[in-house]
Write a protein that binds this ligand. Structure first.
Ligand SMILES: [Zn+2]
Length: 462
């Protein structure tokens, strides 16, 4: 793989203060270098060999580097409805019922801008790969996923959009209004169209499609089954919300006569190409079943705390064999897209719940990087080793947040999260000196505020 112009390119970052490789040996290097060619890491160590002639050389003198972070669950469109007054203090079902009618006003242009803003936030927090779960398709808006793909290509982030869906509206016993659900043939045909048009399964892929019926309270069993078949036929990942709230459990018992995990199992979803968002309300035997099937879990602590959904048993899930990654989940239930802050949140939540020794900084960072990559089925991402892709997040130890810190790696999560100093995706510098290099963000934000005001029906804050 070469640059967009087809020219070979290479990058050398030298004198990196501290570099966390996130490899099996848990290596941390001081005074490190990293050399990449055409998007792939070729060499990592402490003394670069002579004879390298990189296209670009950078100094990492005051920087602490980690693998680019991987966001495993998000709803980029929700940046348009952050901190909405009517949903500020609700739990999940009330929050959804308040926001569905606003989301019904979204169009391709608004989603394009919303996605750019969410992706910019993610990148500035050290994220190099993001999933997105888009399940709201107002009538006449057929190309919403295409719009966010266009945004990802413009800003330069590695992207795993999932084609979400809702097929059971209020009149058939579901939670969403009928105006926001689609019929099953339309959903499956569009899912297949997106896979054929965009999915790139190769090493270093910048774009992979997943399939993602929204939740047990908005889709039919038949759609779940057919989606799994379609996903397996094309070798793409399957994603959905599961076991997020007690309300969902009550709904599943009433409607299907089974608990959420039995519902998932029953429709043929337990396998290693599936990753679920949340996984909070699970019994011990269910955790074991998920672990045996190697189902990935997108842990979203901020959203779970914000909506008071509960604490996901992620340490048990990881012990049972599930890859556990992190997700910022929905810009209107967090209400931010900050991966470093989310990783800190996971650390704090599980220490509070299970004791100070329950989760180390390094383990939390693993969830935010290599484990997240495994949730998305990416063995070429998540650690800084030869043959992996060159995705790196570098934070500046000169920032006031880190002043006085005794351990550069611990400082990343114990101190206030900062904006990334340098971000490398596929061997290219996309953030430098704390600023995005691929996009001027100020005019995008002005436009975003206008779209948000239009959608919520009130004047912008300024
Ligand atoms: Zn979600």
């Amino acid at each position: 793989m070469t640059s967009p112009a087809g020219k070979p390119y290479s990058l050398l970052i030298r004198d990196i203060h501290t570099l966390v490789l996130m490899d099996e040996q848990d290596t941390v290097l001081r005074g490190a270098f990293l050399y990449a060619e055409n998007g792939e890491i070729k060499l990592v160590g402490t003394r670069p060999p002579r004879g390298l002639h990189p296209t670009r050389t950078m100094s990492g003198r005051y920087l602490v580097g980690i693998p680019g972070m991987v966001n495993t669950h998000h709803h980029l469109y929700q940046t348009l409805t952050r901190a909405y007054p009517g949903a500020a203090d609700a739990s999940l079902f009330g929050w959804l019922r308040t926001l569905y009618p606003l989301w019904a006003r979204m169009d391709e242009e608004a989603l394009y801008v919303a996605a750019l803003v969410g992706m910019a936030e993610l990148m500035l927090s050290g994220c190099t790969t993001t999933a997105d779960h888009h399940y709201v398709f107002p009538r006449g808006q057929a190309k919403l996923i295409d719009a966010e793909i266009e945004a990802a290509q413009r800003i330069g982030i590695r992207f795993h959009p999932t084609r979400g869906s809702m097929s059971v509206g209020q009149s058939r016993g579901g939670l969403p209004p009928d105006s926001l659900v689609q019929n099953e043939e339309t959903i499956l045909a569009d899912s297949e169209r997106l896979i054929r048009k965009y999915h790139d399964p190769g090493r270093g892929s910048m774009l992979q499609i997943g399939l993602a019926p929204c939740s047990p309270f908005s889709v039919s069993k038949e759609l779940m089954r057919q989606t799994a078949e379609l996903g397996r036929r094309h070798g793409v990942g399957l994603h959905t919300h599961l076991a997020e709230t007690r309300d969902e459990e009550i709904y599943c018992r009433k409607r299907f006569g089974q608990r959420p995990l039995a519902f998932l199992e029953n429709v043929g979803w337990l396998g290693d190409s599936t990753w679920i968002a949340h996984g909070i309300h699970l019994r011990r035997s269910e955790i074991r079943r998920l672990g045996r099937a190697r189902v990935g879990v997108a842990h979203c602590p901020s959203s779970n705390m914000r909506l008071a959904s509960g604490v996901a048993p992620v340490l048990d899930l990881a012990r049972a064999g599930c890859p556990v990654g992190l997700g910022v989940d929905g810009s209107a239930s967090n209400d931010s897209s900050d991966m470093l802050a989310e990783t800190r949140q996971a650390l704090l939540l599980h220490r509070l719940t299970h004791g100070a020794g329950a989760l180390s900084v390094r383990q939390a960072l693993r969830m935010g990087t290599v484990e997240g990559a495994h949730c998305l089925g990416r063995r070429d991402l998540g650690s800084l080793e030869p043959h992996k892709r060159a995705d790196v997040a570098l934070f500046d130890l000169r920032d006031s947040s880190y002043s006085g810190a005794g351990d550069a790696v611990a400082a990343l999560l114990l101190c206030t999260p900062t904006r990334v100093s340098t971000l490398i995706i596929e061997g290219r510098v996309v953030v430098e000196n704390h600023e995005l290099q691929t996009l001027a963000i100020a005019p995008i934000l002005a436009c975003h505020r206008r779209f948000a005001a239009k959608i919520v029906g009130s004047p912008p804050l300024f």
